[in-house]
Write a protein that binds this ligand. Sequence first.
Ligand code: DOR
Length: 448
Amino acid sequence: MSGAVLLRGGTLLQPAEDRSFAGDVLLADGVVAAIHTGEAGALDERAKAVGAEVIDCAGLVVAPGLIDLHVHLREPGQTHKETIATGTRAAAAGGFTTVLAMPNTSPVMDSVEWLRYVVSADRDAAVRVLAMPAVTVGSMGERLTDMQALHAAGAVGFTDDGKPVLHDAVMRKALLTAGRLGVPVSQHAEDTRMTVGASMNAGPVSFRLGLRGMPVEAESSIVERDIRLLEEIEREDEVRPHLHVQHVSTAQALRAIGEAKRRGLHVTCEVSPHHLALTDEAIAGDASQGSLRYDTRFKMNPPLRSAEDREACVAAVLDGTVDVLATDHAPHALWEKNVEFERAPNGIVGLETALGVAMRVLHREHGMPVGRVLQLLTSRPAAILGRDDLGSLGVGFPADVVAFDPAAEFSYDVRTTASRSRNTPFDGAAMVGRIVCTVAQGRVVFRG
Ligand code: DOR
């Protein structure tokens, strides 16, 4: 078991209620052993009795550990990009204590055996790893995986991330089956028939650069189709399926999601920090975004969109249409990225910059209270997972805590990364909110 830790004299944050108060937190035996609200010091004796390490949290926010619903850890099969050990250390450095592993590994995580491999203690994870296995065998979009068996083995949902489920009948059956199991189908919304050979957003910038573009309709049409399926299932099958839309990047898809929510359908969605901060102008070379022309560190899928889409993403976070922030942490080796733009793989690392970017864009630039920013990274993802023991500070809950300085401004230096890869558009970018310490399941897994 883990040693005890006293987080002393911080501002404790209860994100779900957007409430904060001065206090101390004692972590022991892997759980929150005690919380004292008020002047620092009341838990000193108890902490001493259990030999707790004392961390001075004066000036820091002490919050539940962050939860990322969208992470590529690359094991099995692509350990030159990342391993579960290195990816979870990057998670810890970013304040995350729970991450959801995506199944586009090699081989695809589509069986109970591979799910068990990913969540096994043998992988030496620094933080809690939950698994979201494939919804179709090999993520080929044809035959459903053994969803019951995967669910019984711990699957918290299903996705063919990176490869959307295109066939209506297959997606309908997936939503129905997952709905009966009480977990979401998490969809990478892209009609890949509309994006063949495309490497960036379709618009004036792609036109100027002579690159084939992905139209916004490729995203919104799949979201709209999935919402129609939800309605149909609710009407015909008396099941309330849950659709989770991954990394939404367009105003059009956000509109469809907002309307579906107002009609009472069970739709949730995530936005990635890079879609809040950057636009497709970066691909043309844009000093204000820190990019060079055809800079592959700015290439991901869904791609960076227009300024209007970026603004729509921010507005949808502010008005509550967006449920959570998720990084889509997608490590790739330098040599894989250092090729012509059209040939480079999609994806950027994001675990270590998520809080800093979110705090800068949402809190500093748009006035969103820190507590509400944290909801997007704690209580809301916990609710999507149906885990009321996560994403909140409570006695007896897992000792998953992050302490950070909400006022600290700094620029991110990728040379400090714990990840095996360095493909970030945020090297040298301004961040707000420095992580001082992350405790996961009672273990201090990061000290800034
Ligand atoms: O940018 C991306 N990278 N988007 C995806 O859908 C997949 C991911 C990856 O696995 O590299």
